[in-house]
Design a binder for this molecule. Structure first.
Ligand SMILES: Nc1ncnc2c1ncn2[C@@H]1O[C@H](COP(=O)(O)OP(=O)(O)OP(=O)(O)O)[C@@H](O)[C@H]1O
Length: 226
């Protein structure tokens, strides 16, 4: 499903954060990526989400080698990946209601007509009432906003979902609820999952396998063996 091979990436070409990291995720597989703060997990996750262009290495998604990045990456590949980040307030436009936030990817891909049906389908799944859907980010809690961000990540039915510390700011019950939503979605669609985090116990319970940054399987190796 996702093949990152010898990816080097960062913010300064002379001193990249991610150096020759390989990570392979099979169709339907859930992989947890663990590692110390600042090692480059989010940077690698952004590469996988086609949000950060690597300096070198190759990536393929669902059998297609990605040659263009960001704007140039084909829409089919960009829409095949859904991402949820740690801090919902950094990724949510404060001017939009939660309903509009969830619908954003549909509007961006010319599928406005699908908005009412998809929002009506996803809102109860992530636990958002009609009343909450009409509020803007400043009027909801972090947990409620993260529920909307998860719905937004699922709205195009991605084949790969990336959860970058999705639950780091949440309490235990909201964490359990959002993990359950992801698991239900994966059961129904066979989507793959890359879950990045620090909580080893959670990731080991949630994922088919976990990879620790610096392990042979996550660094300087052609393939992750688990
Ligand atoms: N936009 C940016 N510009 C410059 N440096 C950055 C940028 N984003 C991240 N970095 C740096 O890259 C390094 C890796 O950051 P990254 O967020 O990928 O690590 P991480 O493993 O996800 O950390 P954490 O677990 O704390 O979230 C850090 O030293 C960070 O300061």
């Amino acid at each position: 499903m996702l093949e990152l091979t010898r990816i080097t990436a960062g913010y300064d070409r002379r001193d990249p954060v991610v150096r020759e990291v390989s990570l392979h995720i099979a169709t339907g597989e859930a992989v947890g990526l663990l590692g110390p703060s600042g090692c480059g997990k989010s940077t690698l996750a952004r590469v996988a989400a086609l949000l950060h262009r690597p300096d070198s290495g190759t990536m393929s998604l669902d059998g297609t080698v990605i040659r263009g990045w960001r704007h140039r990456a084909p829409q089919e590949q960009r829409t095949a990946v859904g991402v949820v980040f740690q801090q919902p307030r950094l990724s949510a436009d404060p001017r939009l209601s939660l309903r509009e936030l969830i619908a954003q990817p549909l509007r961006a891909t010319g599928r406005r007509r699908d908005v009412p049906a998809r929002v009506a389908e996803l809102a109860p799944l992530v636990g958002l009432s009609d009343e909450l859907l009409d509020r803007r980010p400043h009027a909801v809690s972090d947990g409620q906003l993260q529920r909307a961000c998860l719905a937004r990540a699922l709205v195009l039915r991605p084949k790969l979902l990336i959860c970058d510390e999705m639950t780091a700011m949440l309490d235990a019950s909201t964490t359990a609820a959002l993990v359950a939503v992801v698991e239900r979605y994966r059961t129904e669609t066979s989507a793959a999952l890359l879950a990045v985090g620090h909580d080893r116990v959670l990731l080991e319970r949630w994922c088919d396998r976990t990879v620790r940054w610096g392990d042979r399987s996550a660094r300087n190796a052609p393939a992750a063996s688990g």
